[in-house]
Design a protein around this ligand. Structure first.
Ligand code: SF4
Ligand code: SF4
Length: 277
């Protein structure tokens, strides 16, 4: 089955950031309840389609000459982003409440209270971000990535948030690699920016994170896709784990052999496993 057809199937059937610091989104169950059974996303099929295509694409990339591998890996990550975007849109289109839910999304350029947490990314997502920086169009972020990676090394996700350390890819309050941002960032959509701000303000003042209102539905789709990518990596014989974005991107930028070594089966991303201290 070709890439285009599988992508279409995955989209039709229908960590992540570290969401442990947020409350359980409230609007998702109602969102699902309004869908007729036939319109409800099939998370397992999305996972399966993603697993299969990730495995096949990675096997194909491994057989390519070294100088042709980047393009294949970027294409793999971008196609998963498109699958997510398609699936989210399909859900909005299918639900009677879809347009109202879409209008309730508060996320806007210049709103970045959420960009102070560890981002859990797939390894292909991290490679896409690193390549975007390396390609020159976003080369100005390399130094900030290095600085932040050193700053957060050894901090657990809760402590990083408590210290309110911003993502090094922010620029003038906006994501500087927006088009290439990881799946988890794409899926994180909130309905009340004031609550995102209040939570960050609370931790900056030495308090606890406070509840935010994010939509569970896109995050559940993102989880299905990222799980499929993880399993596809494993079936291709590669290290398979979610990684902390900044540290993993920094490694790829510092070590020109890192991606090839990963493709050769080395566990080069072990120090950056998401969730580890
Ligand atoms: S509303 Fe919250 S999740 Fe959305 S962009 Fe603003 S801070 Fe981020
Ligand atoms: S990659 Fe972009 S969207 Fe994601 S945390 Fe960083 S600045 Fe925010």
């Amino acid at each position: 089955m070709g890439e285009a057809k599988r992508r279409k199937q995955a989209g039709r059937q229908q960590p992540a950031r570290d969401t442990a610091l947020t409350d359980k989104p409230r609007s998702s169950q109602e969102f699902f309840d309004q869908l007729a059974p036939a319109q409800r996303p099939d998370f397992f099929q999305l996972f399966e389609a993603t697993r299969e295509i990730t495995r096949d694409e990675l096997m194909a990339v491994r057989s390519e000459a070294a100088d042709g591998r980047s393009e294949g890996l970027e294409s793999l990550a971008r196609a998963r982003h498109a699958d997510l975007d398609d699936a989210v849109e399909a859900g909005f289109a299918a639900s009677p409440d879809g347009e109202a839910t879409r209008r309730a999304i508060a996320c806007r350029k210049g709103c970045y209270f959420c960009c102070h947490v560890n981002v859990s990314a797939s390894i292909p997502d991290a490679i896409l971000v690193a390549n975007t920086i390396r390609s020159g169009s976003a080369g100005r972020f390399a130094a900030a990535v290095r600085t932040t990676a050193a700053q957060i090394a050894g901090l657990d996700p809760a402590e990083r948030y408590r210290q309110a350390i911003p993502c090094p890819l922010l620029e003038d309050g906006a994501c500087g690699i927006h088009e290439a941002r990881p799946t988890a960032c794409r899926a994180y959509l909130a309905t009340d920016a004031g609550k995102c701000e209040a939570s960050l303000s609370s931790v900056k003042a030495g308090g606890q994170p406070t509840p935010v209102e994010s939509l569970a539905y896109p995050q559940q789709l993102s989880a299905a896709i990222n799980s499929g990518v993880l399993q596809g990596c494993a079936e291709a014989g590669l290290q398979s784990c979610a990684v902390e974005l900044t540290g993993a991107v920094d490694l790829i930028l510092r070590d020109a052999t890192a991606v090839d070594r990963w493709l050769n089966g080395e566990h080069v991303f072990a120090p950056y496993r998401a969730g580890d201290g």
